[in-house]
Design a protein around this ligand. Structure first.
Ligand SMILES: [Zn+2]
Length: 367
């Protein structure tokens, strides 16, 4: 997640201005600091700061090589328990793992975050983007930063992609999953217990109407957007989907070219139609949902199932119970082969060794 206040509301802009004037309202700087190539990293200990300095030393040249029009200037990076800019409670403070405050040229990172490098890569991208990248409309800069972080930190990429793609698909009607259960060995009584299949729809009540259109106008990365976490998830997901498709089809250079072309044409932002064409999407919700689901691979599907185990676990538990399995046969993974696949996509995965699902099925069987 990211929180940026480069276009904050007038009320917040005034508050930020007076705070800057007084110099008294800002959060206290962490006590240990290390300087590396124009960037000061501050943490509670030199060891903590050093870890970020090492990550920065790798990420900065790779980021500047990957993304045209990206250059990091002077920057501070603070490691905090929870990223916050001001000492007093503020709605600018958000439960994000990272945050970039452009006015202060400061990145704030959550201490102990699971994906420090990925979060740092995302925030560094915000900090490095130069004009005309500011022509990206709505939430699309968030999608770009996520794409860059997925390229630079492949270790966290599948989980990030699963979160973003599911956010997009759930905003566009949901994800249809199919469950196929096959007995591993056929005994004399197993004719009646052949393969069994069912479908489960993962869906949310619509949070934002036509979110796939609103993503071009709503800046979900800004605190002034006042969006719920679910709405942010939808917009971050749709933004990632559009930018990921552009980058996969034509590279970061083409996304940059769209921004240049918009600037040269005297436009404030890249027109929606250019983005849709470059991403191979249309204005229908279904085209965005298909695109999101098609982009799932096996790894992303596995992460999705671990995020939402309940629906699948309930269906599987009911099937196991209907087979008349006695409590000592609850070790279903030893006698059934259970596979999950995406109805609208191509990915499939075995559920037999997924621990979160085993736990969820056990909970359902005990209800
Ligand atoms: Zn961000």
């Amino acid at each position: 997640m990211d929180l940026s206040f480069k276009h904050i509301s007038a009320r917040h802009a005034r508050a930020a201005f007076f705070c800057a004037l007084l110099g008294a309202c800002q959060a206290t700087a962490p006590k240990a600091s290390m300087v590396s190539a124009g960037t000061t990293v501050r943490g509670d200990t030199l060891r903590e700061a050093g870890e970020v300095v090492r990550a920065l030393a790798r990420l900065q040249p790779e980021l500047e090589a990957l993304v045209p029009g990206a250059a990091l200037g002077e920057l501070e990076i603070w490691i905090q328990d929870q990223p916050h800019v001001y000492a007093f409670p503020s709605d600018m403070d958000y439960d994000a793992e990272g945050l970039y405050a452009p006015d202060l040229k400061r990145i704030l990172l959550a201490r102990g975050t699971r994906d420090m490098e990925r979060v740092l890569a995302h925030e560094l991208t915000h900090a490095a983007l130069q004009s005309p990248w500011d022509c990206l409309p709505g939430t699309l800069e968030e999608g770009l930063c996520d794409c860059v972080s997925a390229y630079l930190v492949p270790a966290g990429a599948a989980r990030l992609r699963a979160g973003r793609l599911s956010g997009a698909a759930l905003a566009c009607g949901g994800i249809q999953l199919a469950l196929r259960v096959t007995p591993m060995s056929k005994g004399p009584n197993d004719e009646a217990n052949g393969a069994w299949e069912t479908q489960i729809l993962l869906s949310n009540p619509p949070i934002v109407p036509a979110a796939h259109e609103a993503v071009f106008s709503v800046s979900a990365g800004l605190s002034s957007s006042k969006l719920s976490t679910d709405s942010k998830r939808a917009f971050y997901g749709l933004s990632f989907l559009a930018m990921d498709r552009i980058v996969k089809r034509s590279g970061f250079a083409f996304a940059f070219e769209l921004c240049q072309r918009a600037k040269e044409s005297g436009l404030d932002t890249v027109p929606e139609s250019w983005i849709l064409e470059a991403a191979g999407l249309d204005r229908t919700e279904a085209s965005w949902r298909h695109a999101a689901i098609e982009a799932f691979g096996e790894e992303e599907l596995t992460h999705l199932i671990c995020m939402y185990p309940s629906g699948l676990a309930g269906a599987l538990a009911n099937h196991i119970a209907s087979r008349g399995t006695s409590p000592e046969h609850e070790r279903w993974w030893e006698e059934l082969s259970v596979e999950c696949f995406l109805v609208e996509g191509t990915a499939s995965t075995s559920l037999n060794n997924l621990w979160p699902l085993r736990v969820a099925v056990a909970q359902h069987l005990r209800r």
